[in-house]
Write a new protein. Structure first.
Length: 302
């Protein structure tokens, strides 16, 4: 059975455009909730002996400590605290306050499980380098695809395959950022360096999926008796099952990590789940239709 995916490109491209616009609006109004990796500050994770304090109890125990932007996040067996101070004095003052609470409740001090401190200048540098890395990836992808498809010049020039892949990747990034903007605004989900690693992983996954479709188009073009639009549609149909199966298999593993993994890796897994879903969608319903639209515009001008 041949699905008319390319023939229904107006629906898919319109839906994707609306999703991209919604993501942009979310970013404009809510922005991203950057974590201590980018803004500077401290992250402290502690465990209590057979006791799980409430958020209010933790906040009350630290009233005597001069902290800014304190966020308390209980987990199954620990408590994660985030605050803007990054000095060792603030670190020890927080531990002392938590120890007072722990001794009063359990007769035992807290166990420090993790502590990370990042200065504000380092956080800004990390943010800059992260966005630069994504920009470099975009350029390298265009160059690579242009080189890989250099023998495919009709009816669409090889470099246009690279641009079509980038259009799909921009859609993917906007969607991921939009989702995390909503999650950050309503649920306090933060953007840290693992998120950037997830985005770069998604870029690689998505472009790999797109290249599989493009490669089938390259194979079919010389021997196809159909026009460009139907040749691309047949190529997409020949690869769609593989793309979906790979996506589902990867997502199942990530869902297991999201449900049963550690607290610090859950946001990373969530970003990958969202990215793999939208990356699979874009490689099928955006990248290839963009080629057809571009070809139609070019022939219309001629």
């Amino acid at each position: 059975m041949i699905y008319k995916i390319i023939q229904k490109r107006k629906f898919f491209l319109s839906f994707s455009s609306l999703a991209a616009i919604a993501s942009i609006l979310a970013l404009i109004f809510w922005g991203l909730n950057f974590g201590v990796d980018f803004t500077g500050g401290s992250l402290l994770e502690v465990g209590f002996n057979n006791y799980q304090p409430t958020v209010t109890e933790v906040q009350d125990s630290l009233k005597g400590v001069d902290l800014h932007g304190l966020v308390v996040q209980p987990t199954n067996d620990s408590v994660i605290l985030r605050f803007k101070e990054s000095s060792e004095d603030a670190h020890q003052a927080v531990l002392n306050g938590l120890n007072t609470l722990a001794v009063a409740k359990t007769k035992a001090p807290v166990k420090e499980l993790q502590f990370d401190a990042v200065g504000a200048s380092i956080g800004q540098e990390l943010k800059s380098k992260s966005f630069n890395a994504i920009a470099i990836v975009f350029v390298m992808i265009i160059l690579y695809i242009s080189w890989a498809f250099k023998k495919v010049s009709k009816p669409v020039a090889s470099w246009k395959y690279g641009v079509a892949a980038i259009v799909a990747l921009i859609h993917d990034i906007l969607f991921i950022l939009g989702v995390f903007s909503v999650l950050g605004h309503f649920y306090g989900v933060e953007i840290n360096t693992p998120f950037i690693a997830a985005v770069l992983t998604v870029l690689g996954y998505s472009v790999s999926d797109t290249i599989i479709v493009f490669d089938r188009i390259r194979e079919n073009l010389p021997k196809s008796q159909e026009d460009f639009e139907n040749t691309i549609n047949r190529s997409v149909n020949q690869t769609i099952t593989r793309s979906i199966n790979t996506s589902v298999a990867s997502t199942l593993a990530l869902v297991a990590i999201l449900l049963f993994g550690g607290e610090t890796i859950k946001d990373f897994a969530l970003a990958l789940i969202v990215g793999i879903f939208v990356g699979t969608y874009s490689s099928i319903f955006i990248a290839s239709p963009v080629l057809v639209v571009w070809d139609n515009i070019t022939r219309g001008r001629k």
